[in-house]
Write a protein that binds this ligand. Structure first.
Ligand code: SF4
Length: 493
């Protein structure tokens, strides 16, 4: 990890008024990065920058990076190649933020000398000041310091009724140290946000028109309130004996009654406690769906991955949850080709997928990452075997997802409408109480955005459903929505 100090008094060389500077933020990776990109946009907006979708006219490009897989890093290097000022725009500033920035620090400046600033996730609030220093002639630098002693959680600002769903961070970092995962290196150790601050932000978002909040954290359900711990204890001994996450969910439900739905990601199976299961059974605003990463179905692999639960413990916990919340669906994360994965271990993963009845999963081929314990285990599963196992997983999951979606046709669902469908003028898209994507036809002249509406499911697609609100008809051929042409840099990872 590397860093350099912020120079406190650097200012632009002249006090003359300057034209607004335009920025573009390109985001790779997970929801945490999407959330961080919003904070980057907000600090830039407060500093007088204006957004643009057009890379050609941007004075500043911020690439918010992901390093969970090697492929995402390759995409970054290829993108940085395209942004080399030798190919035009010599005055454009380039900032690399996010996990690759934190992981590589100053080494990234050596690999791509046209970068002006390498910025760690905890240093986002300093971005305007660091840009000012760059404008004043400061050399390229890396600022990648964790805020361990005084954790900062930037508050999201409501977008004036323009947003139905939003993220709110409750903790950051991870102490689990799964052997394949780079997150403890790129996001640091666990830091928790006080309940008052979390509830205050959610209330503000709801007042600004948000209907659904997703609580974010690398192990979100390990949360406890840091304002109630004994600060005289060493950091490693401050966590209470049990997670207080269920208490947080109850408090949000009680104190923000206008919030329609409350989700969270990503939970760790070992913190799916009896108290959290009770909260799911009691609180109506929690979804009838849980995304609970399992990674493998073989105990031997779970041990090598250092996941700290067994297959049976995972299954027992989700069964207990499903008994209390009938109809609750599950999705998960899975890795194939982890070092030493035998045919039997892979078959155990396939059988877990069937036994748990996952309706969706993010499945990945193992990718060796720097600074992880698994690096020393080698990467001994041939690419062709990884591809074949991945395809077999996809095939099983596709059958399960299809059967699940088909079974919903003819049923009713409560859909939180998130906004107009991208492709069709009269169609809207939302999520059911179980988190299925539902496209719905609304009656003419009715815009149900932000409302929870009851729909009848009339058709299933590969990954989504089509529903009809009372009074609406389903046209043979939906009228296409005119497309806005954007010049962005590339697709996300
Ligand atoms: S729980 Fe494991 S996989 Fe998840 S962020 Fe922490 S180390 Fe990574």
């Amino acid at each position: 990890m590397s860093s350099s100090q912020v120079q406190p008094d650097a200012r632009p060389a002249s006090g003359a008024a300057v034209a607004p500077r335009r920025y573009l933020v390109q985001t790779f990776g997970c929801q945490m990065n999407v959330h961080d990109s919003r904070r980057i946009e907000e600090v830039l907006g407060a500093a007088g920058y204006t957004p643009t979708d057009d890379a050609e006219v941007a004075d500043l490009i911020v690439v918010n990076t992901c390093s969970v897989r090697e492929k995402a890093e390759h995409k970054l290097m290829s993108l940085l190649g395209k942004l080399n000022p030798a190919y035009g725009a010599p005055d454009r500033r380039i900032v690399v933020a996010g996990c690759v920035a934190q992981q590589e620090g100053e080494a990234l400046l050596k690999k791509a000398p046209h970068i002006d600033l390498v910025l760690g996730p905890d240093n986002i609030p300093e971005l305007p000041q660091l840009l000012e220093q760059a404008e004043a002639g400061a050399p390229p630098r890396a600022r990648t310091v964790f805020d361990d002693e005084d954790p900062r959680f930037l508050r999201a600002r409501p977008k004036g009724g323009a947003e139905v769903t939003s993220f709110v961070t409750v903790m950051k970092g991870c102490d689990e140290r799964c052997t394949f995962c780079i997150v403890p290196t790129t996001r640091g150790s666990e830091r928790y946000r006080p309940a008052d601050d979390i509830v205050g932000e959610i209330a503000q978002m709801v007042e600004g028109g948000v209907r659904e909040v997703t609580l974010l954290g690398q192990t979100v359900n390990s949360w406890f309130d840091p304002s109630t711990v004994d600060e005289n204890k060493p950091r490693s001994k401050r966590a209470p004996s049990r997670s207080e996450f269920a208490d947080l969910l109850r408090r949000i439900a009680r104190e923000v009654p206008d919030l329609a739905r409350l989700r969270y990601t990503s939970p760790h199976p070992r913190h799916l406690s009896p108290e959290l299961i009770d909260a799911h059974a009691e609180l109506e605003l929690l979804p009838k769906h849980l995304h609970l990463p399992v990674q493998s179905g073989a105990d031997s692999m779970l041990r090598r991955m250092s996941r700290r639960y067994t297959r049976q413990e995972y299954l027992d916990r989700v069964r207990a949850l499903q008994e209390r919340v009938p109809g609750l669906t599950l999705s998960t994360d899975l890795i194939v080709g982890f070092p030493g994965e035998t045919d039997e271990e892979f078959e155990a993963t396939l059988s877990l997928v069937r036994e748990a009845g996952f309706v969706a999963a993010f499945c990945f081929k193992y990718s060796p990452r720097p600074s992880t314990p698994a690096l020393a285990m080698g990467d001994d599963i041939p690419e062709a075997v990884k591809s074949e196992r991945l395809q077999r997983l996809f095939d099983v999951l596709a059958v399960q997802q299809r059967a699940h979606l088909d079974a919903l046709v003819g049923q009713r669902a409560k859909v939180l409408v998130e906004g107009p469908n991208d492709a069709s003028v009269s169609r809207y898209t939302g999520r059911s109480e179980r988190h299925e994507i539902i496209h719905l036809e609304a009656p003419e002249g009715v815009d149900p955005t932000g409302q929870i509406v009851e729909v009848e499911i009339v058709r299933s697609f590969k990954h989504s459903l089509l529903g009809r609100m009372a009074g609406a008809t389903i046209p043979e051929k939906p009228t296409p929505r005119p497309r806005r042409k954007l010049t962005v840099l590339s697709e996300g990872a």
